[in-house]
Design a binder for this molecule. Structure first.
Ligand code: ZN
Length: 158
């Protein structure tokens, strides 16, 4: 495993649509391991492949530090409610902003064997699903911020 370089806002790779994963190779598994390691090392709660420069529809999330979630080709199936709160991103270091997201999100995705599954989340997990899946379509949370970005300690970023 290895820590990968996290791309920052302004780099074109963050604004591109990522490609569907059609096979999971050794290289894909290595990428997934590296994404988890990079996320934990940087104290993030989520990381999308384009953030490490790879245009594939792969996301890793762990909002508790004990519940790693891998999403390949994730699609949001259902949302409900609303939550408004602070959001940050490893690709926008030292900043946060207020974003409104659904309170509840249901996602369909594939695991490392390309077996489909569904997963639901509320609160921070629902926010992370939306934030990370946006990355796969080339969108950063800063496009959705209400008001201005503000400075934060680099602790709990996504
Ligand atoms: Zn992000």
């Amino acid at each position: 495993m290895a820590i990968r370089n996290v791309r920052e806002i302004g780099e074109p790779v963050l604004n591109k649509r990522c490609k569907e994963v059609t096979e999971v190779t050794e290289r894909t598994l290595e990428l997934i391991d590296d994404m988890f390691e990079t996320m934990y090392e940087t104290n993030g709660v989520g990381l999308a492949a384009p953030q490490v420069g790879i245009l594939k529809r792969i996301v890793v999330i762990d909002v508790t530090g004990e519940d790693p979630i891998l999403l390949i080709n994730p699609v949001i199936m259902e949302t409900s409610g609303e939550q408004t709160g602070n959001e940050g991103c490893l690709s926008v270091p030292g900043k946060a902003g207020v974003v409104t997201r659904p309170y509840y999100v249901k996602v369909k995705a594939y695991d490392e064997n390309l077996e489909p599954f569904e997963i639901e989340g509320t609160e921070l997990l629902a926010r992370a699903f939306c934030h990370e899946i946006d990355h796969l379509d080339g969108h950063l949370y800063v496009e959705k911020v209400e008001g201005e970005l503000f400075d934060v300690e680099a602790e709990e970023e996504e």
